[in-house]
Design a binder for this molecule. Structure first.
Ligand SMILES: C[S@@+](CC[C@H](N)C(=O)[O-])C[C@H]1O[C@@H](n2cnc3c(N)ncnc32)[C@H](O)[C@@H]1O
Length: 281
């Protein structure tokens, strides 16, 4: 797909307009109470994140986070003792994330960089990391394969990459297509992108099958060790935006075990862990 510089510019503007999860709290922005609530809400609705990131495993290790947003996972890696380098394209997100690191007294463990991950080595010195982590990011950049190529150069053989990308054959994708797209499946890519985020009109949102993301990683010298499908959002959106957690009627009546069964097959988050194979950088 041909990509112009203005595509990355549109991505930057989109996330500057409304950084990811910035409305997760109504407390005064930038306070400890605000950040505590943002984190609580994020991990309440996306409870698979701590298990996937496995924060405690990276104690004393070097972590490179691509697309840190406002830093929810970033501060958790740091809190658990990792040394973390965090980058994002959105200055506004980085401003909030830096403030957050200061609020929790974690500045000495985190280095922030304003960078386009597609050209990461122009901004961040290439050196070995133990983990490269990127949650919900590479499907929002025009050239995800360029980011994966960059990731490879920051990992020695045996190093781990953990990425989350959106799952094409998911409940959410189907729901968007039926509710917003009125069944126009032939325009799936465009419609899913437009409605994929809390803020309408994401300029870039790709979706993947487990096979596709596995292939992308393999092509760049990674061996996939685990792929988990997670996350169906069960709440009524009008209530959720008012910070009330009321499930949609069919999820209210659905047995929890069946809901988990569905999540494992039709979840929106494809959480992939891979290791770098031996070979040239
Ligand atoms: C959905 S948010 C996820 C943020 C964070 N990982 C989280 O889970 O809260 C996507 C983030 O990716 C960033 N992003 C998109 N394309 C990028 C690129 N090429 N380089 C760096 N960051 C990028 C956006 O600025 C945004 O902050």
């Amino acid at each position: 797909m041909p990509v112009s510089d203005s595509a990355i510019e549109r991505v930057r503007e989109f996330w500057n307009r409304r950084p990811c999860n910035v409305r997760h709290s109504k407390k005064p922005a930038g306070t400890k109470e605000y950040f505590d609530e943002v984190e609580h809400r994020k991990y309440f609705v996306e409870p698979h994140i701590p298990g996937f990131a496995d924060f405690q495993r990276w104690k004393g290790k070097r972590v490179l986070e691509i697309g840190c947003g406002i830093g929810t996972d970033t501060v958790n890696f740091a809190r658990h003792g990792a040394w973390i380098t965090a980058v994002d394209l959105s200055e506004k997100s980085l401003e909030i994330a830096s403030k957050r690191a200061a609020v929790y007294g974690l500045e000495d463990r985190i280095r922030f960089f304003h960078a386009d991950a597609e050209e990461l080595s122009r901004f961040v010195t290439v050196e070995p990391y133990d983990l490269v982590y990127s949650f919900g990011v590479i499907h929002h950049t025009p050239g995800p394969e360029r980011v994966v190529r960059q990731i490879r150069s920051y990992l020695p053989p045996g190093g781990t990459v953990k990425i989350m990308v959106y799952h094409r054959f998911s409940w959410k994708a189907l729901w968007i297509l039926l509710v917003y797209g009125r069944g126009q499946f032939w325009k799936a890519g465009e419609i899913i992108a437009r409605y994929s985020e809390a803020q309408e009109g994401s300029p870039v949102t790709y979706t993947y099958t487990p096979l596709e993301i596995g292939r992308l990683l393999k092509e760049h010298g990674f061996r996939v060790v685990e792929t988990r499908v997670e996350h169906i959002f069960p709440y009524r959106i009008p209530d959720y935006t008012q910070h009330r957690y009321v499930k949609v009627w069919y999820f209210r009546w659905m047995p929890q075990r069946f809901f988990r069964y569905l999540e494992k097959r039709l979840g929106w988050h494809l959480c992939v862990t891979a290791v770098r194979e031996e070979g040239e950088s």
